[in-house]
Design a protein around this ligand. Structure first.
Ligand SMILES: [Ca+2]
Length: 505
């Protein structure tokens, strides 16, 4: 009955919404909830003193359930186990010593969120894919028994889950002298804050990746209770369902890592149909009061789940997830391209390869993704200049062909087209420049038969500076596509990769 507040941030202010009636006052909630404590062997005591409860944005009640009640498990995947994973336990550490866990490898922990499971689905798939590219120990953390009640009980429970992950890491330290610098925690939604809690308890964890860290009861709260940059040496975040007043998202809107990525602006993801997106206050209310999920990935909604889907695909398509530094999404759509001298980070698995990742905290990066897997896109700035006829009505399109015969068409300009005007367009092309066989230039033939046009299109692999020096950052080669001659009376022209001439502007 007391789980009645929906907190969210509004322009830096926390607003608490009561969704049951009669609503207790702030003071009543605070005074009725403080001062309780529960203690568990190995893990210590958990109080509901501030900041765990009774602070703005976090007016919740209750204490975490016991680890036994939640039936937490750690399942090991390695290249030796394949699908035949091994359940290991820090309480009985011989299970670790007798497993395929190797202290000579790095270790990733994957932690699910509210209403989800670590026994199947994306958590297991993530481990199996990581093992294809890296020889690591991958541990799927399951706490579905603690994640299936109300949202508020799950929020409380992650404190025990975080303590269990920390206890597991301490055990590794003890039996193998294993360093936290070998550890990467990857958590989705409440799992992101679980990773933060483990990081708060263990200094020096190499990296925590927060996949759309849960917003309700965390947005605007003290760093101690949520994932923040102090929880690991490097913290990277993907925001995919950020709260935007007056709508309520399931994820956090504010920056909370060293690098914060906002794909598609961070709130609404392309390809999420409205009947599956289940966003807004209605859903949150359901979650908070009485929702008992059967399939967790549905709960967070399509937007919320995109964060782990992006991470998954970034393992295979790293260069298709380049983030551009920008203050807002609106300004990104018009500018913030190409990258500065220091380069741009790749969202997802390879974010840690960005040399300037630790320069400051709360660095914001924007990018657009495609609507369907693998979601990767390669941003390009295209210039086209027309000459010949003063004004004409029509449209200009570019068609990208890859080496496998797939094509993608993008409109550059339409409507009234004027002589000598340079048409500039940012394209988020779903074809990797590396696999681009040719680019065709199309216009409305019936209108443009008598037109002649000049065009140039530049394509970049990740990195930048192609525009100025034809060099690239991230040690990746820059590819230019260009056609610098005047085209007359044709309906299409192909652009050939690696043309040395610069395109006209
Ligand atoms: Ca923290």
């Amino acid at each position: 009955m007391l789980n009645v507040y929906i907190p969210f941030a509004l322009g830096g202010w926390n607003v608490d919404y009561c969704i049951l009636s009669p609503c207790p006052t702030y003071k009543e909630v605070v005074s009725s909830t403080l001062g309780k404590e529960v203690c568990y062997p190995r893990l210590g005591c958990f109080t509901d003193d501030p900041p765990w409860s009774g602070v703005p944005g976090r007016l919740l009640t209750g204490l975490p359930d016991s680890p036994e009640h939640m039936n937490i498990s750690f399942t090991l995947y390695t290249r030796e186990t394949g699908n035949n994973s091994q359940v290991i336990s820090a309480i009985n550490s011989s299970t670790i010593q007798n497993s395929h866990f190797s202290s000579r490898r790095k270790t990733s922990f994957i932690i699910h969120g509210f209403g989800s499971t670590g026994k199947k689905g994306w958590v297991v798939e993530m481990c199996l894919l990581l093992l294809e590219v890296e020889n690591i120990n991958c541990i799927a953390v399951d706490w579905h028994e603690g994640a299936k009640g109300t949202y508020v009980s799950a929020v409380n429970n992650i404190r025990v889950i975080g303590a269990e992950v920390a206890y597991f890491i301490k055990t590794l330290q003890k039996i193998f002298r294993y360093s936290p610098r070998e550890i990467h925690l990857i958590g989705h939604s409440l799992g992101a804050h679980t990773a933060g809690e483990a990081g708060r308890r263990i200094q020096g964890i190499r990296r925590i990746t927060g996949l759309d860290p849960a917003g309700p009861y965390f947005e605007g709260t003290p760093p101690e209770v949520r994932l923040d940059p102090s929880d690991a040496d490097f913290v990277d975040i993907i925001h995919s369902n950020a709260a935007h007043f007056p709508a309520i998202g399931l994820g956090m809107y504010n920056t909370t890592g060293h690098l914060d990525f906002y794909p598609n602006g961070g709130s609404v993801m392309p390809g999420c149909k409205c009947n599956s997106c289940t966003r807004g206050q209605e859903v949150i209310s359901q979650m908070l009061i009485n929702f008992v999920p059967t399939d967790a990935t549905i709960i967070g909604g399509c937007h919320h789940s995109r964060s782990h889907e992006f991470y998954f695909e970034s393992i295979l398509h790293p260069t298709g997830y380049l983030g551009y530094p920008c203050e807002t999404y609106k300004s990104f759509e018009g500018d913030c391209f190409p990258c500065s001298q220091e380069g741009c980070p790749m969202m997802g698995h390879y974010a840690d390869r960005f040399p300037a990742k630790l320069k400051r905290v709360n660095q914001k990066y924007f990018l657009n993704t495609a609507a369907d897997p693998p979601f990767a896109t390669w941003r390009q700035k295209v210039f086209i200049k027309l000459s010949g006829v003063k004004k004409m009505r029509g449209d200009i399109n570019l068609v990208f062909h890859d080496t496998e015969g797939n094509t993608k068409e993008y409109e550059i300009a339409s409507g009234v087209l004027s002589q000598d005007q340079v048409y500039t367009k940012y394209l988020d092309v779903e074809i990797n420049p590396q696999n681009t066989k040719k680019i065709e230039f199309l216009w409305n033939k019936t209108i443009f038969t008598l037109l002649w046009a000049r065009l140039g299109a530049e394509t970049y692999k990740p990195g930048n500076n192609c525009l100025e020096r034809n060099t690239a950052v991230n040690n990746l080669e820059c590819i230019l596509f260009c056609h610098c001659k005047t085209i007359t009376n044709q309906d299409k022209v192909s652009l050939i990769p690696r043309c040395i001439t610069r395109s006209i502007v």
